[in-house]
Design a protein around this ligand. Structure first.
Ligand SMILES: [Mg+2]
Length: 246
């Protein structure tokens, strides 16, 4: 059963005016009612995007990258020194937002993930596959430093990426242009491996590297799915609040 407010229809104008004044006078002494709000706990997407841009542009993102990478470099150097002669230490690196930055693409897409169409970096949108084939992603400098220190310590470096095999040449060219040289392996997804989660795919590929006789002493990525599943002595998680890969 619904309750209806009494109708004001038919009342003279002066009576309505008096009622309105009385209502206003009553409100003047009341605290404003709290607005009806949705369930708390959900962030506002527009506000979050503004925070992400500030996090990136303020230098805080770079500082956080450098802090984690510094810990990785220290660990790799110390651990490699303890291994017996003949051991085959290895470092595994993810590529996107670990070794290379896709920031221009992320930003022009307003953090959307665009899978089809072209790539207009001035006005957007920029489709991810086209962007990746352009080979223009910038180096993530702290990771390149980890890479160089690992190589200097005799550690083999493997890239494992969720990028498809069809992007091998463009990805290798981009890595080389960014300063990565002399890697031991570049693992991309082969057709038919897109069903398992990134975590399952990457852990299996690390196991494959171990089967070649390597000891993976460090594994660095920007997603938890880069790191879970074992087959590495120690994981290093770089910041990435911009997107999530399960
Ligand atoms: Mg990544």
């Amino acid at each position: 059963m619904s309750v209806r407010a009494p109708s004001l229809r038919g009342l003279p104008l002066r009576v309505l005016a008096a009622l309105s004044l009385a209502t206003l006078a009553g409100c003047a002494h009341q605290a404003p009612l709290a607005p009806i709000a949705p369930a708390p706990g959900l962030p506002n997407l527009g506000v979050v995007k503004t925070q992400l841009v500030a996090y990136h542009d303020s230098g805080a993102y770079d500082r956080d990258l450098a802090r984690v990478a510094g810990e990785a470099a220290a660990w790799i150097k110390a651990r490699a020194a303890t291994l017996p002669a003949g051991a085959r230490p290895a470092l595994v690196l993810d590529i996107d937002e670990t070794s290379l930055s896709n920031w221009p693409q992320l930003r022009i897409n307003d953090f959307g993930y665009i899978t089809a169409g072209g790539c207009d970096l001035d006005r957007g949108p920029c489709a991810a596959p086209v962007w990746e084939m352009m080979g223009r992603a910038a180096v993530i400098a702290p990771t390149l430093e980890v890479y160089r220190q690992a190589r200097a310590a005799g550690v083999a470096v493997f890239f494992i990426t969720g990028r498809p095999e069809t992007e091998r040449e463009a990805t290798a060219r981009n890595l080389t242009a960014a300063g990565y040289e002399g890697w031991a392996g570049l693992v991309l997804r082969t057709p038919g491996t897109h069903n398992p989660s990134a975590a399952d795919y990457k852990a299996a590929e690390r196991a494959r590297i171990e089967a070649q006789g390597y000891t993976i002493i460090a594994n660095m990525g920007d997603q938890d799915s880069d790191l879970v599943g074992g087959h590495a002595e120690r994981g290093f998680k770089l910041p990435n609040p911009f997107y999530f890969i399960p």
